[in-house]
Design a protein around this ligand. Structure first.
Ligand code: NAD
Length: 272
């Protein structure tokens, strides 16, 4: 299959997508590869899924490799960045996408359930962003490749602003990502490093399969989405490509809500 026609907005750029083996990360990896980026498809455990994403990208004429690393472990993250430097020389784009849910009622939540989600969703983003920023600064400017020194996109959630009963570990991690992203963006903007978040609403991926198990559950979910459909990973891939491209060169420190209007308080549409 030929490379899909695109403006090649990420030509000659190296992009690491954490959790690129599944769901939103896979959608972002495919979208960035179609725009000319060489993509590292990181995964935690699912080697087969990562291989399938890499195969789909390479069969479409793109460039991709899989790489196993647990983003919550510093030694794994350092090993991944060493490998990227050895294989590609540098990195231009980090998509901090890996994330998990471990749900429990607040009074029943164990420390292990709390800690696991904070470790992967929040500490994982800190570790990968720190290594990416260090690599951007080490490499220096390449204006022929991108106006910015480097770009970091944090996968947040509508739950960076919407409280979520039964998921306090997850909502806390996403609220934390919001100020992690903004504080990093403030500190690193003078170095021409752009950092933004995407805050997806309900996207059809394995993470929320149980919330869409039955037609009734799907109907309930749709009452929260004024735009009237559940999102697809490709919806997020398009936003990520734009944010990473020079078209977004003046955009830093912001969260883009790609949520079909979920944060518009749809319960108030009929006068509350
Ligand atoms: P998913 O379960 O399909 O994918 C999660 C990915 O994270 C997988 O590739 C997995 O390998 C990876 N991962 C898990 N633990 C890891 C670890 N320790 N180290 C490295 N990688 C690890 O889920 P998804 O829906 O595609 O979620 C991706 C991101 O989008 C998450 O941060 C999630 O919070 C966020 N998000 C999803 C939705 C949604 O509706 N699907 C909405 C808002 C935000």
């Amino acid at each position: 299959m030929a490379t899909p026609a695109s403006a090649q907005r990420l030509k000659n750029q190296i992009a690491l997508i954490t959790g690129g083996s599944s769901g939103i990360g896979a959608g972002v990896a495919k979208a960035m590869a179609a725009e000319g980026a060489s993509v590292i498809v990181n995964y935690a455990h699912s080697a087969d899924e990562a291989a399938a994403v890499v195969k789909e990208i390479t069969e479409a004429g793109g460039k991709a490799i899989p790489f196993q690393a647990d983003v919550s472990k510093e030694e794994d993250v350092l090993r991944m960045f060493d490998h990227i430097r050895e294989q590609f020389g540098t990195l231009h784009i980090l998509v901090n996408n890996s994330g998990i849910q471990v749900d429990a009622k607040f009074v029943d939540m164990t420390l292990a359930q709390w800690q696991k989600v904070i470790d992967v969703n929040l500490t994982g983003q800190f570790l990968c962003a720190r290594e990416a920023a260090r690599e951007f600064l080490r490499r220096g400017p390449e204006p022929e490749i991108s106006a910015a020194l480097g770009k970091i996109i944090c996968m947040s959630s509508v739950h960076e602003v919407i409280p979520w009963a039964g998921h306090v570990n997850y909502a806390t991690s996403k609220g934390g990502i919001m100020l992690l992203m903004k504080s990093m963006a403030q500190e690193l903007a003078p170095h021409k490093i752009r950092i933004n978040s995407i805050a997806p609403g309900a996207i059809a991926t394995p993470i929320n399969l149980t919330a869409r198990d039955t037609p009734e559950e799907e109907r309930d979910l749709l009452t929260l989405i004024p735009y009237g459909r559940i999102g697809q990973p490709s919806d997020i891939g398009k936003v990520a490509v734009w944010l990473a491209s020079d078209e977004a060169d003046y955009v830093t420190g912001t969260s883009i809500f790609a949520d079909g209007g979920m944060t518009l308080y749809p319960g108030f549409a009929d006068n509350g």
